[in-house]
Design a protein around this ligand. Structure first.
Ligand code: ADP
Ligand code: MG
Length: 350
């Protein structure tokens, strides 16, 4: 795809957490495969949406991208260097450029710090970013940029609403003039009426500062408006990836189709054509990921082959001749350009 030049290239990203037993003699008895082989690129100035149910590894990817954790395997290339191999000063420089906005504005802001100190905190960690005498002025400017009154600089988080708190979190994320913002479910904790305002603010800031976003959500409808491309995650992997129109109008992976079938459709005609797909069973534990296709235990299309072969994230062979919007990356051996309606009850192949 001829998109914008990539600013971030993620390849083979894996994060496994050891599962141990015993206190004195810790023995590893398994692993939580939180992120289990993820590849994507982020274009400069682009917004990549990452969507998936709770527990599929979204926040783990976020922490890896901002170098809060080191991956078990894989690379994250930024400006020609693999961030995961950096340490010391070089790592600190990269951390300045890739900032995070957290999910919950209620717990991510220290209640005992003033708003001015919260937004200015990054300057304590990166003193070279702003001379001491200039920091208050910058913080006031940041308040203004995110739509808050600069006079609020001495107030405390509890004096603000949820939406305003998230604006404070965004201001802090902007303090170091980053290139990339990883927003981990930035509006999930907010009232529906406030969500759009915060999304609009993020879009405006993107234009104003030329930012690139990784925008994480558990709900496909939220990322639709802000994302240029969307990746759908299931159990630590991206199972489908494409442009906005490709994912929402021509999903080919059964999991995406199931997620979309649950999203209310405003057009009543379209609603009739789209059967509601209810997935059977629960998401398997990331300590016991099914062989072959990890979605097969909940998939109504699963066959024998799905237990043996790991489907790769690529344009499926059967869809290549179509070359239309259905020809995008989908990790399914039986990907189809239609909301497959179920003729038989879902079968479990586990
Ligand atoms: P999401 O953000 O999509 O809800 P997470 O990335 O938070 O998912 O978690 C993915 C999986 O990894 C979950 O099963 C979670 O319990 C597990 N996990 C996350 N962090 C840790 C950790 N530090 N140690 C062990 N398991 C973890
Ligand atoms: Mg999360």
């Amino acid at each position: 795809m001829a998109g914008p030049e990539p600013i971030l290239e993620v390849s083979g990203l894996v994060k496994h957490y050891p599962l141990t037993r015993g206190i004195l003699f810790k023995k590893q008895i398994g692993a939580v495969r939180a992120v289990d082989g993820v590849d994507f690129t982020l274009g400069r100035g682009e917004t990549l949406g990452i969507v998936g149910e709770s527990g599929c590894g979204k926040s783990t990817i976020a922490r890896l991208l901002v170098s809060l954790e080191k991956p078990t395997a894989g690379s994250i290339r930024y400006q020609g260097q693999d961030v995961t191999k950096l340490s010391g000063r070089a790592l600190k420089a990269v951390r300045r450029d890739i900032q995070m906005v957290f999910q919950d504005p209620y717990t991510s802001l220290n209640p005992r710090m003033t708003v001015g100190d919260i937004i200015g905190e990054p300057y304590e960690i990166h003193p070279e970013a702003a001379p001491k005498g200039d920091r208050r002025r910058r913080v006031r400017e940041l308040l203004d940029v995110v739509g808050l009154n600069p006079e609020y600089i001495n107030r405390y988080p509890h004096q603000f609403s949820g939406g305003q708190r998230q604006r404070i979190g965004i201001a802090r994320g902007l303090a170091l003039r980053p290139q990339i913002i990883v927003a981990d479910e930035p509006v999930s904790a907010l009232d529906v009426s406030v969500q759009a305002q915060v999304v609009n603010l993020l879009e405006r800031l993107q234009d104003e500062f030329g930012l690139s976003y990784v925008f994480i959500a558990h709900d496909l409808s939220i990322v639709r408006h802000i994302s240029d491309r969307v990746g759908v995650m299931y159990l630590g992997r991206i199972v489908e990836m494409g442009s906005d129109a490709e994912i929402y109008e021509h999903p080919t992976h059964p999991y995406t189709q199931a997620l979309l079938s649950a999203v209310p459709v405003p057009d009543p005609g379209a609603r009739e054509r789209r059967e509601r797909i209810i997935l059977s069973g629960d998401v398997p534990s990331p300590t016991h990921i099914p062989s072959g296709c990890r979605f097969r235990t909940r998939c109504w299309k699963a066959r024998e082959r799905c237990a043996q072969e790991v489907p790769l994230l690529a344009v499926p062979k059967a869809l290549r001749p179509a070359a239309g919007p259905a020809a995008h990356d989908s990790a399914c051996l039986f990907a189809e350009n239609s909301f497959a309606t179920r003729s038989v009850p879902p079968e479990k192949t586990a």
